[in-house]
Design a protein around this ligand. Structure first.
Ligand code: AMP
Length: 199
């Protein structure tokens, strides 16, 4: 089956070369697995490393970039790319074109993108898996925040089942495939007396 996976990641290279190396490894693995890469269209940082590796590995890529970022993010024009009006159009197209999401290290933009699809998952608006990928522990503290959210009673324990994390591209892809094959049983959204039920 041909899959499309969306990769959210930094538009900067960061200062740990391991992060760029992981982006390259993921790009290669997507190409080898014949999985189409859907991403933000830029040619810089981890975004650029991922798309270059997928493209050079003979893989299929769709880049989606807002007009105003064409220059700043150096649109990678060697692959199929589309220009959209704004961030909202970019995010909805990245969502619609993908069967799941892999999240590499990144900054505010990466966080914003992944938190949105996680919140839609919690609202039962989709069932597309989200996997955080790092081999440096980059996401550990972020994932701990979700444990705090559950511990403080702001989300049910089951919310943690949506927080998949992997340390290699192969493991991340396998986790996406497994979750697509074995979706979680999702409870209807429950609100009682104006208070969201947490069990
Ligand atoms: P960053 O992780 O901050 O380097 O950003 C990664 C990618 O997310 C870049 O392509 C940014 O343009 C993009 N981005 C930043 N903010 C948003 C947003 N509000 N909506 C969609 N994409 C965004």
């Amino acid at each position: 089956m041909t899959r499309s996976l969306c990769v959210y990641c930094g538009s900067s290279p960061g200062n740990n070369p391991a992060h760029m190396a992981l982006a390259t490894a993921l790009g290669k693995e997507l190409a080898a697995s014949q999985i189409r890469l859907v991403y933000g269209g830029g040619g810089l940082g981890l975004m650029g490393a991922t798309t270059r590796a997928t493209h050079e590995g003979g893989g299929d890529v769709l880049g989606i970039i807002p007009n105003f970022l064409q220059e700043a993010e150096r649109t990678y024009t060697d692959v199929k790319h589309v220009f959209v009006e704004d961030m909202h159009q970019r995010k909805i197209m990245m969502f619609d074109e993908s069967d799941g999401f892999i999240v590499l290290p990144g900054g505010i933009g990466t966080l914003e993108e992944v938190v949105e699809v996680l919140s839609w998952l919690r609202l039962n608006l989709h069932e597309k898996p989200v996997v955080f990928l790092s081999d440096t522990g980059f996401w550990d503290d972020f994932l701990r925040v979700f444990e705090q959210i559950v511990a403080a009673g702001f989300a049910p324990k089951s919310a943690l089942d949506d927080m998949l994390s992997a340390t290699s591209p192969q493991q991340a892809i396998a986790m996406v495939e497994d979750r697509i094959a074995n979706p979680l049983k999702r409870k209807p959204l429950g609100f009682e007396g104006g208070v969201r039920e947490l069990s």
